[in-house]
Write a protein that binds this ligand. Structure first.
Ligand SMILES: NC(=O)c1ccc[n+]([C@@H]2O[C@H](COP(=O)([O-])OP(=O)(O)OC[C@H]3O[C@@H](n4cnc5c(N)ncnc54)[C@H](O)[C@@H]3O)[C@@H](O)[C@H]2O)c1
Length: 325
């Protein structure tokens, strides 16, 4: 891969659910010193070794200082406020998600960086979007502030790519399930919490309805998709900030059934809250053929394989007395 060994990558929002695992994989590929973890939190709480810089993405001067000090050429922009938290704090969500991305794109433009990658989300969809097999090109009328910021983010990436030639890329993650870092306030968090509660208590109360079908992805696939898009040859790409990606879709009842296979006493009940309404505004499945055709996207995990792996990891930690680390 041309230029691969010489990349210097800044990951913002590194302490989050995705950043904390992505940094480790990027360091495996590019070397510890070539990947700078950063977050508004004061300390790196990921597992891998390497540089960490405390930086608020809204502090433009600090962001540029980190970029200069480490000779950064690629920003992987993970700092954000997610859907459920964003509904409680819509002004903060706009500020961080849009203001932070603008700062990253502006730094890339003015400082001549090679690439900015910023994830989008299935939260860009909403009223008028076909809910099944949601196409790449479709209506984007989200009903959450988080969705509004993500549509804006996609458009900003497209604008900076077309107007200024910044290589800005992004993909619309579905709900991400992972065993390492707990999610930070999204509508699909139930699909992580359920595993912790199943292992610890043998029961779970779900904040979505049993039939709330949503697109989901296991973390190893999320990391692969992100790095694959980052490394894809630009000549093959027809889109910039908005690739649909998919792996599986399931309801809380189907996930509970899968967990039940290995924990026969597992019990679930349902107490839907405001997040049910958010879930109802999102697709139940996604057409990701553009990602498959343009950069070779292909997921490895389905519901069965993901459940097996999640339970194995969390059981080991539970036995060692470190379920929540
Ligand atoms: N996790 C999912 O299911 C999911 C789904 C779709 C899209 N995404 C997107 O993926 C990206 C990463 O999500 P995540 O799940 O890791 O989120 P998260 O909430 O777990 O982590 C976000 C991180 O950003 C940091 N942060 C917040 N404000 C900041 C600021 N002003 N400056 C610097 N850092 C700041 C937080 O401290 C946190 O560590 C986000 O863009 C999110 O919208 C995630």
């Amino acid at each position: 891969m041309p230029g691969r060994k010489t990349r210097r990558i800044l990951v913002t929002g590194s302490c989050g659910q995705i950043g904390s695992e992505l940094v480790g994989e990027l360091r495996n590929r590019y070397g510890n010193e070539s990947v700078v973890a950063s977050d508004i939190k004061p300390e790196w709480d990921g597992e891998s070794e390497g540089p960490f810089e405390r930086a608020d993405v809204l502090d433009d001067g600090r962001l540029r200082e980190v970029i200069r000090d480490h000779g950064i050429d690629t920003i992987v922009h993970m700092a954000a406020i997610l859907s459920a938290k964003g509904e409680r704090e819509p002004q903060a969500a706009w500020k961080v998600n849009v203001g932070g991305l603008m700062n990253a794109l502006e730094a890339a433009r003015e400082m001549g960086l090679s690439q900015v990658l910023c994830p989008s989300s299935i939260a860009v969809f909403g009223k008028g979007t076909p809910r099944e097999n949601t196409p790449q090109e479709t209506v984007l009328k989200p009903s959450t502030m988080y969705g509004v910021t993500k549509v804006t983010g996609e458009l900003l990436c497209d604008y900076y790519a077309e107007k200024f030639g910044v290589d800005a890329r992004g993909l619309r993650y579905p709900g991400i399930v992972s065993a390492e870092t707990l999610p930070g306030g999204g509508t699909t968090d139930y699909a992580v919490e359920i595993f912790y509660d199943a292992v610890e208590k043998g029961r779970y109360t779900c904040f979505l309805r049993e039939d709330a079908r949503l697109p989901m992805m296991y973390m190893p696939d999320c990391i692969n998709a992100t790095i694959q898009l980052m490394e894809a040859e630009p000549s093959g790409l027809k889109h910039h900030g908005d690739y649909n990606v998919a792996a599986m879709s399931f309801t809380p009842a189907e996930l509970a059934e899968e967990i039940h296979r290995s924990i026969p006493d597992f019990e679930i009940d349902y107490d839907p809250d405001y997040r049910q309404k958010i879930a109802e505004s999102w697709p139940s499945s996604i057409d990701d053929s553009a990602a498959r055709e343009e950069w070779g996207w292909k997921p490895a995990y389905d519901l069965e394989r993901m459940t097996e792996d999640m339970l194995e990891r969390l059981r080991k930690r539970h036995e060692a007395g470190a379920l929540y680390k």
